[in-house]
Design a protein around this ligand. Structure first.
Ligand code: SAH
Ligand code: SF4
Ligand code: F3S
Length: 491
């Protein structure tokens, strides 16, 4: 939530304020002064480019970083080689992501030769791993700022330290229970926005690094969430995506605030959705991600009755084998997942069910893998993200016996992908011949004169239309299915 403040009114002559929000506004004003001087000396604007990888959480964090940078006086550019500040917001959920980052850092260093003003910031989940910080300190000393997931709101303070002469500023917190509100954020789209409803994760699935790099689960006050959504609606947003690693456990643990005390409340995720539904101007509500173990009947009921909650549920399966699920620490069995999926499809027949699946978890046998294929066939997922298990140091699965040989994993992965794709292409055509509401998201880059938009069930539609329709809901007749998108005609 961001209440307008006038940065030029901030007194930067006195002491640094203690309270976090005031403190960060103070540093924004301080940086703004330094950046202004730089701009005058160079006789040009200063540019920022943010590189974002990973999930919706990172995308949202990058909007916050951009909001702060804009307040300081940077102008956004989509060209890395034009930027004076590049921030790399990283993901570490699978190992190959880390290698890419190191390669990219080398390239960024080469840009410094052409632009001595260039500052490089590295942040996000990868930075929360101590070994990564050590590597940066040892071999990538040209990186100017390194900060983690818990203190992105401190960008101005960290940048101020760098601009004041400190060499590599490293500020990574191990964990936090803090939630800082009321700082700026710059939205990527004018008509849709992600809204954090909780941070961190307490599930400790045995393969997953997220709880270690994002910290303990903490929900935001529902009043703050609703206030933010009202402000977004007033600003023209019609679709919100509620964000959390496990939205179904919303309200179980709250965060610590600087300026207020968390009140006792019996707010559940389903109740929160009902409150969001009441916000005038909001037409579509999405959320990400649901853990099957906590998905309540109350939620299914609320979705079923809702006019605004989108007909899409992302329900990560991970594996179809009860034994593997037990070792993954997922807290549900194959049968429980199947029963849940069946119940959802029965109650909300037009829903699109999507999932995540990991192949090659330690100890996975051919029999276990077939259980996964069996679930895929039974549930008929509208689409599925399939991943090869990646060993993350520090997680319990990394030291488990019986890591599956690479060739076996690849063979299973290919078989799973073929199955998933075949089912997905069949499922995606099921609305051909009907007229559906589409939120127009942009111009279709591939076909001149065409727009692209999304159905309630998250499937893309391409159709002819004027760019003035972007950001509006329009009826489109779905003429033809092209695998994972439709071709349609505006009605
Ligand atoms: N909180 C979300 C998932 C976030 S990570 C949830 O539980 O649904 C997104 C996906 O990455 C996971 O669903 C999982 O399928 C995959 N993933 C996580 N750790 C992984 C690992 N070590 N190897 C391979 N895939 C992994
Ligand atoms: Fe990772 Fe599991 Fe948490 Fe999802 S619920 S972020 S997979 S630990
Ligand atoms: Fe990646 Fe961090 Fe998201 S590890 S998946 S960016 S929470």
């Amino acid at each position: 939530m961001f209440r307008e403040f006038d940065i030029s009114q901030i007194d930067i002559s006195g002491q640094v304020p203690e309270e976090e929000v005031l403190r960060q506004r103070y540093f924004m004003a301080k940086c703004r002064e330094l950046i202004q001087k730089k701009k005058e000396a160079l006789g040009r604007d200063l540019y920022i480019h943010i590189l974002t990888v990973g999930c919706q959480m990172n995308a949202k964090d990058s909007e916050k970083l951009l909001g702060i940078a804009r307040e300081i006086g940077y102008v956004e550019t989509d060209k890395e080689d034009q930027a004076d500040l590049v921030i790399y917001n990283t993901c570490t959920v699978r190992e190959n992501a880390n290698q890419k980052v190191y390669g990219r850092l080398g390239y960024l260093n080469s840009l410094k030769k052409h632009n001595p003003e260039l500052l490089i910031g590295l942040c996000g989940c990868m930075v929360q791993e101590p070994s990564v910080v050590e590597t940066i300190q040892k071999s990538y000393r040209f990186v100017d700022m390194v900060f983690g997931t818990h203190n992105i709101f401190r960008l101005a303070e960290i940048l101020h330290r760098r601009l004041s002469g400190e060499k590599t500023v490293i500020d990574v917190w191990k964990d936090t229970d803090k939630i800082v509100e009321d700082l700026p954020a710059e939205r990527k789209y004018s008509f849709k926005s992600g809204v954090n409803i909780m941070f961190g994760c307490n599930n400790f699935c045995s393969y997953c690094i997220v709880p270690y790099v994002r910290g303990r689960e903490r929900s935001r006050n529902h009043q703050d969430i609703l206030q933010e959504i009202r402000e977004l609606a007033a600003d023209g947003v019609i679709e919100v995506m509620l964000l959390g690693q496990n939205v179904n456990s919303y309200g179980k643990k709250y965060g610590a605030y600087d300026t207020k005390v968390q009140e006792d409340t019996d707010m559940t995720f389903a109740k929160l959705l009902q409150e969001v539904e009441k916000v005038e101007g909001i037409e579509r509500i999405r959320f990400m991600t649901s853990h099957p173990k906590d998905l309540s009947d109350e939620l299914i009921h609320v979705m079923k009755e809702s006019k605004k909650i989108c007909r899409h549920l992302h329900l990560p399966l991970q594996s179809g084998s009860t034994e593997i699920l037990r070792r993954m620490n997922r807290h549900y069995t194959k049968e429980q997942y199947l029963t849940l999926a069946e119940k959802i499809r029965r109650e909300i027949p037009d829903i699109s069910l999507t999932t995540d699946i990991i192949v090659g978890f330690p100890g996975e046998t051919e029999e276990d893998f077939r259980e996964t294929l069996d679930v895929v066939r039974k549930v008929q997922f509208d689409s599925a993200f399939t991943f090869i298990y990646s060993k993350r140091t520090g997680t319990p699965a990394a030291t488990m016996d019986n890591q599956v040989p690479e060739d076996v994993v690849h063979d299973r992965f290919d078989r799973l992908l073929a199955e998933v794709q075949q089912i997905a292409s069949k499922m995606s055509g099921r609305d051909v011949g009907t007229t559906q509401t589409v939120l127009v998201e942009g111009v279709d880059e591939k076909t001149e004169g065409y727009l692209t938009g999304r159905l309630s069930n998250n499937v893309m539609v391409h159709f002819k239309g004027e760019p003035s329709l972007i950001g509006t809901l329009v009826p489109v007749y779905l003429e033809e299915s092209r695998g994972f998108y439709y071709l349609g005609t505006l009605q």
